[in-house]
Design a protein. Structure first.
Ligand code: NAX
Ligand code: ADP
Length: 551
């Protein structure tokens, strides 16, 4: 599990050490870790695996992030690398600058640095004497280097790159598009301009092959879009780890997911494992019913009860004879949890069942056609953490429109805003609806509602490493079936996921269950390597994923 923190909580952990005068030591530890990762990349760039003869350009901002870069440059110099620092701000960390120069590193200033690129610009005599390079000259230094270290902005950034350095990055990105064999790019702490706390990545950003961060991962490393530009993450311990408070986002990794996935014990029966009721599909859209029930079967549901019309029932049974089908109403059957909504549109009887599920006290995964009625139900009160909404960004936009219509919020973000800061909007949707929200996308975000009144903190998780091949119609129906299975189990065994952490109890268990479902879905997308994963194959892959650990 990766615990990811906000910049503010990392700074709070550092503060006592800074107050005690250990700032330089922290910075040098950070820089040493950064330089080691840079060395690995540089050795790969040299056929003989040597460092001498390799070149590194460090883009250096005016704050401590730039200080890390300068110190790392001095360590690389000592190892024989030819290092040039390009200063992009109106000042530079004095000790870092001294250290790099003492070891023979070159230092130049990017011409045109002005108030636009650094809001706190103060003319600084200590760097005024350095030779300047214009953007074209800086670009040719970058493109001819073996390695570029991005140390312009770290956790102290407010907004994206601006001014001349933004234009330089834009030019470099244009070069990269035509010449994929450019330098390796290593980001210091966070990719410059990416918001450490939300992962927002305002263009332009220098997409990194690797990011080296200090003390702990930041939220931007585990949520979209920040994660997608960060490359491989290395966390360097600097001595603040014990002082960190609660993480802001948990990233579950493959081993956490496989370890926590609930497995039957010898005393279990199909009922004690949790019965899942499914309200999905209509004669017009029967596929969603077939795919979601098939996924539930393959993820090991104890029993599945499908409610729907005769045509769809016949098709579900043809694919999965294990499913118990009827035309009952939700209140007539006893289940531990529901899955409602996939493929439900323009059908009175199925919509009525969806409505009954929303109004029932049971836990429920509410997907696709259940999202609008769920948002409408918020007008009558919070839904409860046991109701799990599973929108993609476009569906979440509609949920927010309904919430705005009911006066629950003034701010209804559109799809683009949601995609720019999914972790923020997933949390907000959970807070406003009172439901657990699973927001789909390149990384999947899961947020529990929390409660200001009861002092219950929101739990937030992220799941990554899903194959982009999942962007296929029907992947969501498969996810819904997997989610239903694990939610039904957790409904019957409230403490089943407690080993994940204290946060995975009470209301947080629904977020934990949803994260496990999304995690298994992501693992199933890559189990046979990278390539197309039609939903039926994806569902079958779930069994392979769940077989990979010993019990
Ligand atoms: N505090 C510490 O002891 C440690 C801090 N470390 C490093 O320090 C970094 C944080 O340092 P700082 O707080 O100095 O912040 P940054 O280095 O991220 O940036 C702050 C500077 O950039 C300017 N700035 C902010 N937004 C800008 C924008 N959009 N465009 C142009 N200029 C902008 C500010 O005016 C300020 O001068 C971390 O990311 C990490 O790399 C590490 O050395 C570990 C130890
Ligand atoms: N680019 C991507 N990378 C990784 N996963 C993705 C990507 N695009 C979509 N997904 C995942 O694929 C699934 C698509 O679900 P959804 O949009 O509901 O599809 P459908 O309704 O057609 O079944 C979600 O789990 C989502 O997180």
């Amino acid at each position: 599990m990766i615990d990811a923190y906000t910049g503010a909580s990392v700074r709070a952990a550092e503060q006592p050490l800074l107050d005690a005068g250990y700032g330089d030591i922290l910075m040098r530890r950070a820089a040493l870790g950064l330089s080691r990762v840079c060395e690995t990349h540089l050795r790969r760039a040299n056929r003989k695996g040597l460092l001498s003869g390799t070149t590194a350009i460090i883009l250096v901002g005016s704050g401590n992030n730039g200080g890390d870069g300068l110190w790392a440059g001095s360590f690389l110099r000592r190892a024989g690398v030819m290092v040039t620092a390009i200063l992009t701000g109106s000042k530079a960390h004095p000790q870092g600058l001294k250290a790099l120069r003492a070891l023979g590193g070159s230092v130049v200033r990017l011409e045109g640095q002005d108030e636009a690129s650094d809001p706190n610009a103060e003319p600084d005599a200590s760097i005024a004497g350095f030779h300047t390079v214009d953007r074209g000259q800086a670009l040719s230094k970058l493109t001819s280097a073996h390695l570029v270290v991005d140390a312009v902005l770290g956790t102290g950034a407010s907004g994206g790159l601006r001014g001349e350095v933004a234009a330089l990055v834009q030019d470099f990105n244009a070069f990269q598009r035509t010449s994929p064999t450019g330098p390796r790019i290593v980001a210091c702490d966070v990719v410059s301009g990416v918001d450490a706390d939300t992962g927002e990545a305002p263009e332009p950003v220098l997409k990194a092959h690797a990011t080296v961060t200090f003390g702990a991962a930041k939220v931007a490393h585990v949520v979209a879009p920040g994660e997608q530009v960060s490359g491989q993450l290395t966390v360097i311990p600097i001595g603040i780890e014990e002082r960190l408070e609660d993480p802001s986002v948990f990233r579950l990794e493959a081993r956490d997911i496989l370890k926590a996935w609930p497995r039957p014990t010898p005393t279990d029966t199909k009922y004690t494992r949790g019965v899942l009721g499914v309200v999905a599909g209509t004669p017009s859209y029967p596929g969603a019913a077939i795919m979601s029930t098939n996924a539930a079967v393959n993820s090991g549901a104890g029993m599945i009860r499908f409610l729907g019309d005769a045509t769809t029932r016949g098709m579900v049974l043809a694919q999965s004879p294990e499913v118990v089908c009827s035309d009952d109403q939700p209140w007539d059957v006893h289940v531990q949890a529901w899955l409602a909504g996939p493929g439900v549109a323009d059908d009175e009887s199925q919509s009525a069942r969806v409505q009954a599920v929303i109004e029932s006290p049971e836990p429920a995964v509410l997907d696709a056609g259940a999202l609008t009625p769920a948002a409408q139900a918020v007008a009558d009160g919070r839904l409860g953490a046991q109701k799990i909404l599973t929108p993609h960004a476009g569906e979440l936009e509609q949920v927010f429109e309904w919430l705005k219509g009911f006066g629950v919020t003034d701010d209804a973000p559109d799809r683009d805003r949601i995609e720019a800061a999914p972790v923020h909007w997933a949390r907000e949707a959970a807070r406003l609806t009172g439901a657990t929200v699973l927001l789909k996308g390149a990384t999947t975000i899961i947020a529990s509602p929390g409660s200001d009144e009861d002092g219950v903190e929101q739990v937030c998780l992220s799941i990554g490493q899903a194959s982009p091949w999942l962007a296929t119609a029907g992947s969501g129906d498969t996810l819904a079936g997997i989610l239903g299975t694990v939610v039904a189990h957790v409904a019957e065994h409230p403490d089943a996921l407690r080993n994940l952490g204290a946060w995975a109890r009470e209301d947080g268990r629904w977020a934990a269950a949803a994260a496990l479902g999304a995690g298994v879905h992501a693992l199933a997308s890559r189990v046979d390597g990278e390539g197309p994963v039609p939903p039926t194959v994806l569902a079958a892959n779930v069994r392979k994923v769940l077989r990979t650990t010993r019990q």
